[in-house]
Design a protein around this ligand. Structure first.
Ligand code: 6PG
Length: 245
């Protein structure tokens, strides 16, 4: 059983991060075996370039698209054609161009249990009793949130359910999100952090990845710090602008 591992990879710019991560996803899709390779996509704006890179030559031709089964780690409570929809962004950048099965997170309906059932049914690999994604992609907000796990919100404390609706007063909205048990059961979690506007929060969070802080309740001050795959690989992919000290 692989042990937990943490590393950071710093590349020249956002384009280099998108290309490197896309190539690694292509490799994952070609792993030996024929079972589905399950990936939970991140929302927001950072991963758009990654999705576009995956959906275009040369990387497109290196991906075994029919093995990939795609999910979403969080979604805003809006319909898929809404400008803020994570599904909408991913559909334009990737999903409309590839044949992979993708499971939309219908957050506007608020039925988190339904999405949890889909995850439990379709992600067959288990870590203990939990579905273990092959890969979960995440971003980082400037307050240290990830997925829709925002500071001070109820979902941070969820330890039983894998997908919940989370009230986010900071955004005056509700969002559907994976919870820490599901995130931390994954084989791989890759956090994409690019751009100078992320430099301060990235430095603050990385400086707090110390054993002492990790003893604190998961991610209380900076929710991203609660993402510590139990036996999986955690990689922070940064560009130089976000990584500069
Ligand atoms: C979302 C994302 C969220 C995002 C961060 C960073 O639904 O918005 O899941 O966690 O990753 O807010 O967003 P940017 O990539 O736009 O900076």
């Amino acid at each position: 059983m692989s042990r937990a591992s943490f590393s950071t990879t710093v590349l020249a710019d956002a384009e280099a991060v998108a290309r490197a991560v896309a190539e690694r996803i292509a490799e994952l899709s070609r792993a030996p075996g024929d079972e589905a390779v399950t990936i939970a996509l991140a929302g927001g704006s950072t991963p758009r370039r990654l999705y576009e890179t995956l959906a275009a030559a040369p990387v497109y031709d290196r991906v075994d698209w029919r093995r990939l089964e795609l999910f979403f780690g969080d979604e805003r409570a809006v319909p898929p054609d809404h400008p803020e929809s994570n599904w909408g962004m991913a559909e334009r950048a990737l999903l409309a161009k590839v044949p992979s099965v993708a499971h939309r997170m219908a957050a506007e309906r608020g039925d988190a249990e339904a999405y949890e059932r889909i995850v439990r049914e379709r992600v067959r690999k288990r870590r203990g009793s939990l579905p273990a994604f092959d890969l979960i992609l995440l971003g980082l907000g400037d307050d240290g949130h990830t997925a829709s796990l925002f500071p001070g919100t109820a979902a941070l404390g969820e330890r039983a359910r894998l997908v919940v609706m989370n009230e986010v007063p900071q955004k005056n909205t509700r969002r559907m999100t994976f919870t820490y048990p599901l995130l931390n059961a994954a084989d791989r979690v890759w956090v994409l952090v690019t751009g100078g506007e992320k430099r301060a929060i990235a430095a603050r969070c990385l400086a707090r990845r110390t054993p002492v802080d990790r003893a604190a309740p998961a991610g209380t001050s900076y929710p991203i710090l609660g993402v510590e795959p139990a036996e999986g690989e955690l990689i922070w992919w940064l560009d130089r602008a976000a990584a500069a000290r």
